[in-house]
Structure formats: C-alpha cells, structure tokens
Design a protein around this ligand. Structure first.
Ligand code: ES4
Ligand code: ZN
Length: 326
C-alpha cells in the first residue's frame, strides 16, 4: 500500500497508451445509448464480461468492434478527457497517446471528427489541470502500405497536432519493412517515429533490427525481445532509444509479465519505461503497472525512481522541460 502511494505521487510520463484502449465498459455502454446503437450486451456488467482475452487475436477481436460506439467529436473528446483525468490523478504529468485513425475512417467517421475530439480534450485537460499531452498517429499494420500512406497524407493538414507516427495491430506477417516508404515520408514531413515490436513475435529480433537499422525509429514500443541480441542492445543504447514496456499487457497477451527481461534491460542501461497500453481492457493504468512490476520483480525504490525518470528521458518533450523533470 505504501509502495502504491509512493508510485502515485511520483511524477511520471506515459508513452505507450492507446486512446481507444481507454474505453471503459461504462463509457462504451453510455456512448452506444447516446448514439442510438444496439449493443449485443444489455448491461454494463455484460459489457465487462466481453473484456476477456488470452492472446492478441482474442484481444483484437473485442477491441476493434468495441470502438464503433465512437461516432461524434464529443465521443472522442469524452474518451480522451476521461483518460487524461485519470492519468493526472495517478501522477502522470505528460502523455504521448496513440490513436488509430483507420479504425474510424474505415467505418465512415471523418479524420477531422476524430482529431477534433482528441485535440479539444488535450487543450481542456492542459487548461484545467496542467497535464501535457501529444498525439501519435498509428497505422494498422495488417492493412496495406498504400492505405497507411493515404492516411499519412490525410493527416498532413493536422500535422501541428500530431508529434509522431507509430505502427500497431497484428504484427504476424507484417514486418516494419512493409512500411519503409510510409515511415520515410513521415520522417521527411517532420514526424518522430516509433513502432510496436511486440513480445515473442515469430520474427521479433528481425523486426527490431529493421525498426532500428532500416527505419531509424526514435523509440521502440515493447521491443522487450531485444534482450536476446547483445548487438541490438548496444545499438539501441548508442542511439539513445527508449523502450515502452507494458507489464500487465504482457501478462494478458503472452501470459507472462516479462519482468526478468524488463529488469535485465534496465540493468544493462537501456532507457526502459513502464506503461499501460490498453488500461480499460487490461484493468491497470500506469501506476498499477509500476506496482505490478515492482512487486513481481522485487524492485527497490531507486529502481522505481529510475523507471519514472526514464519515462521523461524517453519522451519527446523539449530538453528544457526535461531538465525540470529530472
Ligand atoms: C494493441 Cl495489445 C496490442 N497489440 C497490438 N496492437 C494494439 N493496439 C492496441 N493494443
Ligand atoms: Zn500498444
């Protein structure tokens, strides 16, 4: 309990957070009502029961259909504002949030609707409680590179509201190299780059290598399997690449928290961070992820503080603000 209170009070940044993954059952139920949509579930409790999975496939099969209740800018605003309120209550001072535009534009919701709702929530949260937040546009990797490129071009009018681009959804058979041209264009347009290299993928090491050497990412999401390759660990260290690890998410998607791997990378001097991924689905926001890892791995206070400082070091805030947090 003491540890939990300490962690909540510790200033932290969150760097691996899918906005659509913050859709709590209560909000899903309420938005469905408001938008006149018929859900298969009759009660909030029944929605809760559907938030159950044992691997990536079963997760994605719940996750993408659920977000169809997001229709109007006000819905996206409410989702993001509720999350930012919770994050602030947990000691999060800065957050870089993924969103999946294709999961919305693909069902007829305009890109402008999505980003207007998210952006107004960011502005409001900043004004009301001082939290800073940025958006990272994620491409869905199980769709084509051409569709991702079209989405990047669609985002260009909103470039000032988007700090970087990422890559998520099903990694199997969808390596970083598939999106080389998209990420090269994004780089030229001034976006920072990150991408998911998920836990225990069939080609984890090769995907991490491509992200670091061929794409030239600024950060790696998960990326925990890098621990298996000394050369890539040294390369990531030399490049100052941060890793956004998500212990509770790992325990759902792979049935292991991967705490030995995460702590091992911390010992080897990588800028390892702790994050929540899809907190409404995995039942753990940022602070609970720190607590889970600290308890599971037996971390001491100094290690917890290092993880919190790393979250700012690996963030994309300006050097002047970074000094303020370290
Ligand atoms: C995700 Cl856990 C996970 N894996 C891949 N893509 C995702 N998008 C949101 N959560
Ligand atoms: Zn993720």
């Amino acid at each position: 309990a003491d540890l939990a209170a300490f962690i909540r009070g510790l200033p932290k940044a969150e760097l691996h957070l899918h906005l659509e993954g913050t859709l709590e059952p209560e909000l899903k139920f309420r938005l469905a009502r408001r938008n006149g949509m018929q859900l298969a579930e009759q009660t909030v409790d029944e929605v809760k029961q559907t938030y159950q999975f044992h691997d990536l496939t079963s997760f994605l099969q719940v996750y993408y259909p659920a977000m169809q209740v997001l229709q109007e800018a006000a819905d996206f605003h409410e989702l993001a504002f509720d999350y930012l309120t919770r994050a602030h209550d947990q000691g999060i001072r800065h957050v870089e949030m993924f969103f999946d535009p294709q999961a919305h534009t693909g069902r007829g919701v305009a890109f402008a609707t999505v980003i207007d709702g998210y952006r107004s929530a960011i502005v409001r949260a900043r004004r009301e409680f001082g939290i800073s937040a940025e958006l990272i546009l994620c491409f869905l990797r199980d769709y084509s590179a051409e569709y991702a490129m079209a989405t990047l071009l669609e985002a260009l009018p909103y470039r000032d509201w988007i700090i970087g681009v990422g890559l998520d959804s099903d990694e199997r058979g969808n390596p970083p190299s598939k999106f080389a041209a998209v990420f090269a264009r994004a780089r030229r347009e001034g976006f920072l780059l990150t991408m998911h290299c998920d836990i225990d993928q069939p080609d984890s090491i090769e995907h991490i290598r491509q992200a670091l050497e061929d794409i030239g990412v600024d950060r790696l999401d998960h990326g925990t399997n890098i621990v298996e390759d000394d050369r890539l660990v040294e390369l990531a260290k030399a490049k100052g690449i941060g890793l956004t690890c998500c212990p509770v998410s790992n325990s759902f998607v792979t049935s292991q928290m991967k705490s030995d791997e995460i702590v091992g990378l911390l010992h080897r001097g990588l800028t390892v961070t702790v994050n929540s991924d899809d907190p409404a689905y995995f039942g753990a926001y940022a602070a609970q992820n720190y607590v889970a890892l600290a308890e599971h791995a037996g971390l001491d206070i100094d290690q917890v503080v290092t993880l919190a400082k790393n979250s700012f070091r690996a963030s994309w805030i300006t050097p002047a603000r970074l000094d303020h947090f370290l």
